[in-house]
Design a protein around this ligand. Structure first.
Ligand SMILES: [Fe+2]
Length: 345
C-alpha cells in the first residue's frame, strides 16, 4: 500500500482535443490534491511530452483530430516496445467494440463520457497506485540484478587474482592486460558490451596455472623440456576449469584460457590453431598479455623497456601475432601507456 501523499505525487497527463474537458479534469484532479499535471489538446504532441515527462498515467480521449486515441497508443507501444503503457481511455462511445479495441491496444481501463468526476478520481488513484507499486518492484529487481552482477564479477576477478597469486602477488598484470585488451578491442570496432565482456573474461587466461607445481611455476632459471611440457598444460587445465554450459562470459574466458598461447603461424599450443582459426578475442589478449609480461619484472627476468617490447611485437608479427592487431596496438600506444601508469606493480 502507498500513502495518500505518495499517490498524489504521481505525474498525470490529460489529453483531450476539447479544452472544456481538459479544464474539468484538471480541476477535479487538483481538488483531489494532485499537483503534477500536464495537459494537451493536440494529440500530435503526446509522444514528445510522454518521453520527457514519464507520466504515471495518461487520461486519453479517443475521438480527436489528426491522431485518434488508438493511434496515440500505437505510438506509445512503440516507445515501450510492447511493455506497459499507462493509459486510462475516455470515450464518449459506449460501443463495446471501441472498449475492446482500447483494451487490446493496451489501455488499463476506460471511462465513458460525460465524465463522472468522482468515479474518474477513484480510477485514477487505483491505476496510479498499481503503477507506482510496479515501478517499485521493477526498481528492486533492477537493484538486485545489479548486485548479483557485481558479485559475479567480483568472484571472477578474485578467481583471476587467485590464479596469479603465486607468481605475481600484486595482481596488477591481469588488470593491465585486461584493460589493454578492452582498449584494443574498442580500436578494432568491438561494441562497448563486447569490450566489457573481454575486460571481464581475460583476467582468467592463466587460471590453469593453479595446476602447475611450484617447482616449475616459480623456478628462477629456464625450464627443461619436461618442465616446459608440464608448464604448457596450464592452457588445457584452464580450459577444463572454465568448462561447462556457462554463459557468454565463461565461454569467452574458456576460449581465452585454452588458446592464449596459440600463434598466428600455427606453431603455438595446445591445438596449433593458425591465423583466423584463433578467435579474434584471443588474438587480442595474446598481444596484450605478452606486451605486459615483457614490460614487467618477473622472478626470472627484469622488466624490458617499452621500446624493446614493441620491437619484439614487430619482429614476431605474422609469426606469433596477428599483424593487423599489432599495428592497431601500436596506434593506441598512448592509451596503453596510460593504463600501464594506472595499474603499477
Ligand atoms: Fe599463459
Amino acid at each position: 500500500m502507498l500513502s495518500n501523499e505518495e499517490i498524489l505525487s504521481a505525474r498525470l497527463m490529460v489529453v483531450d482535443d476539447e479544452p472544456n474537458n481538459v479544464v474539468l479534469l484538471e480541476e477535479g484532479l487538483k481538488r483531489e490534491g494532485f499537483t503534477r499535471i500536464k495537459s494537451l489538446t493536440d494529440p500530435r504532441e503526446v509522444l514528445e511530452l510522454y518521453k520527457d515527462f514519464r507520466p504515471h498515467l495518461i487520461l486519453l480521449d479517443i475521438n480527436m483530430p489528426h491522431l485518434d486515441g488508438f493511434q496515440v497508443m500505437e505510438q506509445l507501444n512503440v516507445v515501450e516496445q510492447g511493455g506497459y503503457i499507462p493509459v486510462l481511455v475516455l470515450t464518449a462511445s459506449s460501443d463495446r467494440q471501441v472498449r475492446l479495441k482500447a483494451l487490446k491496444f493496451g489501455a488499463r481501463d476506460f471511462l465513458t463520457k460525460p465524465i463522472d468526476l468522482l468515479e474518474t478520481i477513484c480510477r485514477v488513484r487505483n491505476l496510479v497506485e498499481t503503477r507506482m507499486l510496479n515501478e517499485d518492484l521493477e526498481e528492486k529487481v533492477r537493484q538486485r540484478t545489479a548486485e548479483l552482477n557485481e558479485t559475479r564479477l567480483e568472484v571472477i576477478r578474485k578467481l583471476g587474482r587467485a590464479a596469479e597469486y603465486r607468481d605475481n602477488q600484486t595482481g596488477m598484470h591481469v588488470l593491465r592486460m585486461s584493460h589493454f585488451s578492452a582498449a584494443l578491442a574498442r580500436e578494432v570496432g568491438f561494441s562497448s558490451e563486447e569490450c566489457e565482456l573481454l575486460l571481464n573474461a581475460s583476467p582468467m587466461h592463466d587460471i590453469g596455472k593453479i595446476g602447475i607445481p611450484d617447482g616449475i611455476l616459480l623456478k628462477p632459471g629456464s625450464l627443461d623440456d619436461e618442465q616446459w611440457t608440464k608448464m604448457r598444460t596450464h592452457t588445457e587445465i584452464g580450459g577444463l576449469i572454465l568448462d561447462g554450459k556457462g554463459n557468454m562470459l565463461m565461454k569467452l574466458a574458456q576460449s581465452i584460457a585454452l588458446h592464449h598461447h596459440e600463434k598466428w603461424d600455427g606453431s603455438g599450443y595446445p591445438d596449433k590453431l593458425k591465423g583466423e582459426e584463433i578467435p579474434i578475442e584471443v588474438r587480442i589478449v595474446t598481444i596484450c598479455d605478452v606486451f605486459d609480461a615483457l614490460t614487467s619484472a618477473r622472478p626470472y627476468k627484469k622488466a624490458w623497456p617499452v621500446e624493446e617490447a614493441l620491437d619484439f611485437l614487430q619482429r614476431y608479427k605474422g609469426k606469433n601475432f596477428d599483424p593487423d592487431l599489432v599495428d592497431k596496438f601500436v596506434e593506441i600506444l598512448p592509451e596503453i601507456l596510460r593504463i600501464r601508469d594506472t595499474f603499477v606493480d
